[in-house]
Ligand binder design. Structure first.
Ligand code: ADP
Ligand code: ZN
Length: 731
């Protein structure tokens, strides 16, 4: 390979593909040669697959049998920065490179030539004959400038058939041109003025702008309650980044939030950013992937996998709601997008902004130790304070059977409705009832494939397993004792709570926000918009309401069961409950009206509940950090979960036991192995699950030891071994 990273035609090159083969394979460079990092198509057996030129070929075998690269794709070659990122992220998560490459090429049709599509523009000629329809076509084309129209789009706008338009091409009144599909995105204008910032916002924005200007790696925690203007502030960092000609990436935890966010970007910069998430069409995904590489998109807004786009020059990554658990991918490659954002930024000299009202303990500790800069936005914009928070002690409130709203809470709800304000009842449980029990024999209906109880969904008229998604009709007889008519719901889900609300507040307009009740992100967005506009008096919500939505009329939040998250062995149970409760409470009183948050609990003296109510957040984090330090758990120690799964239970324990007996590589770094033990969710989709847990010192070379340890034994067929570094879930 020459200095330029170019391989001459016929030279041996190693090509990494996304196929599960252990290493890159050798090919010969095609006519015209190819560059290091080039995306190529290579023959593999009878197929052609996508690959990346990964380095010089190794040779050392029958060279006559080496096949040629089929062709070089019309896409910017992978930059060294992305290559390093994939290598380092793969090392960290113990993921083979083909799987890492798959993450970085998750746009269908990358191998297709960027097809041409026909675009229609206004021509010079006059139509041979003028009709009403033709006149409308010309009018629409004169009224709208721009690059031109797609046929169907133009026909719809002019209210005519596509034949009318085609008929106008012959006379030259309309011209038909072929243009490439993957066009650059509209330019965002960083010089448009933002909102006038409050003093603390302005100070934070200046800090972030300076960090971006430096053009070096650095991470900042931007902390402020919901509504304090974090988004407004980090958009200033985006402006600085764009003004410097670099690209920016904003990661959001949830698709439903994206639409609202896109509107804000458009208002701020005069154009919409590139979008990357599962709801985007395939052609748009491909377009964005290519434009990221060519620099044809300035700002990308996306879900966690946007982190693996082949940006040409990424200068800023914002991770909004950085504590959100959805940043951890729990299937396939097990990575945490927040941590990987920091890694990628350090490799491409970019700034990272981690924004949250309730940061993760990891981030809080990194800021506390000075590894990250911390910026605090004090008050909520235009509002003086967080809502008042109080507990409702369920041990002392008389509660009727089958009712979940205490008299105190019901009274407060009624008062809000009387004043024309909104009240929200929060319950983080989808469906009608979490358990269905037979009153004759005590049997609880469970999933046939999982170790989980089926949840009744009355709206769907079915029982649903929240583990695997399997559903079945609600039986009339008990599946165990066959007695008819004795099956009964136990405990509330949001649908059952809605029933209670309808019975107790018959005149109130009720809206239930639960992800499973909406067919699409758009429908959910519409419901949220309607609530914001005052279209509901009482809102019932699961955790989708905890995130960033603005409801100006909302002045009361009632948490139906604040104890829900406190149980469980999860090391982050306290942290999660604290975050969720504060986020939910933050929904109340976002505009001028003062808010109240009421937490129904059986344990008003629990340290977490007291910390939530006490409002001394730093005290909570300090206490929680001390607790973790004492136990040597993250972020003060390191952990890895090992999940064995397979169709039969015994082989899992046999293999786990055999691994445990060979724990030399782990002991050598001072790590301790726990298990094998049945996972709390012992069966999912018919596969049994067994877990092991490895704990090590913070400085221990955990990945290398794990790799050496598991490489000692080959798992039997059908048995899968997944290694989860820094596990978030212990289920
Ligand atoms: P956060 O991201 O912290 O939840 P946002 O940036 O979304 O806060 O701000 C909350 C609301 O206040 C938004 O509607 C935003 O447009 C508005 N806002 C924030 N800062 C300002 C400002 N300086 N001037 C005008 N409106 C602002
Ligand atoms: Zn199931």
């Amino acid at each position: 390979m020459a200095e330029t990273g170019h391989f001459q035609e016929g030279a041996l090159v190693a090509v990494l593909t996304a196929e599960p083969i252990g290493r890159p394979l050798d090919y010969r460079a095609p006519e015209g040669g190819c560059f290091m990092g080039a995306f190529v198509e290579v023959p593999l057996g009878p197929r052609k697959v996508l690959g990346v030129v990964w380095g010089p070929g190794e040779g050392g075998y029958d060279l006559a049998r080496v096949r040629g690269v089929s062709r070089v794709l019309d896409a910017a070659p992978m930059r060294d920065e992305l290559r390093q990122f994939l290598l380092r992220a793969g090392d960290y998560t113990l993921t083979p490179m083909p799987a890492m490459l798959r993450l970085a090429t998750r746009a269908p049709g990358l191998g297709d030539t960027p097809g041409l599509r026909k675009i229609y523009r206004l021509g010079q000629g006059a139509p041979d004959r003028m009709t009403e329809a033709r006149a409308r076509v010309l009018e629409v084309m004169r009224d709208h400038g721009g690059p031109g129209f797609v046929l169907a789009e133009l026909a719809a706008m002019a209210g005519c058939t596509t034949q009318v338009i085609k008929g106008m091409v012959k006379s030259g009144a309309v011209i038909e041109v072929d243009t490439p599909r993957d066009l650059p995105f509209a330019r965002l204008d960083p010089d448009l003025p933002g909102k006038a910032l409050a003093p603390d916002q302005a100070a934070a924005a200046a800090h972030l702008r300076a960090a971006v200007r430096k053009g070096a790696y650095g991470t900042t925690l931007l902390k402020g309650v919901t509504g304090s203007g974090k988004t407004e502030v980090y958009l200033e960092a985006v402006a600085e980044c764009l003004a410097r000609g670099r690209q920016a990436l904003v990661l959001l935890p949830e698709i439903a939030l994206t639409a609202e966010f896109l509107d804000r970007v458009e208002a701020r910069f005069g154009a919409r950013p590139g979008e990357w998430h599962s709801g985007v069409t395939q052609t748009e995904r491909r377009r964005l992937w290519r434009m990221a590489g060519e620099g044809g998109v300035g700002l990308v807004v996306g879900a966690r996998s946007a982190l693996f786009l082949p940006f040409r020059d990424l200068g800023l990554i914002v991770v909004d709601e950085e504590h959100d658990t959805s940043y951890k991918q729990e299937e396939g490659v097990l990575y945490n997008a927040r941590d990987m954002a920091v890694l990628r930024a350090s490799l491409c000299s970019a700034s990272v902004v981690l924004a949250s009202a309730t940061p993760s303990l990891e981030t809080w500790v990194n800021a506390d130790s000075g590894k990250y800069t911390r910026l605090d936005l004090a008050a909520r914009f235009g509002v003086a304070e967080l809502p008042e928070m109080r507990a409702i002690d369920l041990r002392t409130e008389a509660q009727e059977a089958g009712r979940w709203i205490s008299p105190t809470l019901a009274g407060e709800v009624a008062a809000r409705i009387g004043r024309g304000e909104q009240a929200m009842l929060f319950l983080n449980r989808r469906g009608y009832a979490p358990v269905t029990v037979c009153r004759a024999c005590g049997h609880q209906i469970g999933c046939d494939h999982c170790d989980a109880r089926m949840v009744e969904h009355r709206f769907l008229k079915r029982l649903v397993c929240h583990q695997c998604g399997d559903t079945k009709p609600m039986p009339t007889a008990c599946p165990s004792c066959q007695v008819e008519g004795r099956l009964a719901p136990v405990g509330p889900g949001v649908e059952r709570l809605a029933e209670e609300v309808a019975a107790r507040f018959p005149d109130a307009r009720l809206s239930v926000l639960s992800s499973d009740l909406f067919g699409s992100a758009r429908a959910l967005k519409e419901a949220i918009g309607s609530i914001a506009a005052g279209g509901a008096d009482i809102i019932i919500g699961t955790q989708i309401v905890a995130k960033g939505h603005n409801f100006p009329q909302l002045t009361l939040v009632g948490v139906i069961d604040a104890d829900l998250g406190l149980q469980g062995s999860d090391l982050r149970a306290a942290e999660r409950t604290f975050q969720l409760m504060r986020q939910v409470a933050g929904r109340a009183g976002r505009a001028e009206k003062k808010g109240l948050a009421l937490l129904q609990t059986h344990q008003p003296d629990h340290p977490v509940i007291r910390a939530i109510l006490g409002g001394d957040e730093e005290a909570f984090w300090r206490a929680e950090a001390e607790e973790r330090r004492a136990q040597g758990v993250p972020p003060y120690g390191r952990m890895a979960g090992i999940i064995l799964s397979g169709p039969d239970l015994q082989p899992l324990f046999d293999f786990g036991g055999a691994l445990a007996r060979r724990d030399g590589p782990l002991r050598r770094i001072g790590a301790v192995l726990y298990g094998p033990a049945p996972a709390p969710i012992a069966r999912v989709r018919g596969r049994h699950r067994v877990r092991m847990l490895v704990k090590a010192d913070k400085a221990a070379p955990l990945q290398a030891a794990l790799a050496e340890w598991v490489a000692q034994l080959k798992p039997p067929a059908k048995l899968r071994v997944a290694i989860d570094i820094d596990p978030q879930s212990f289920l």
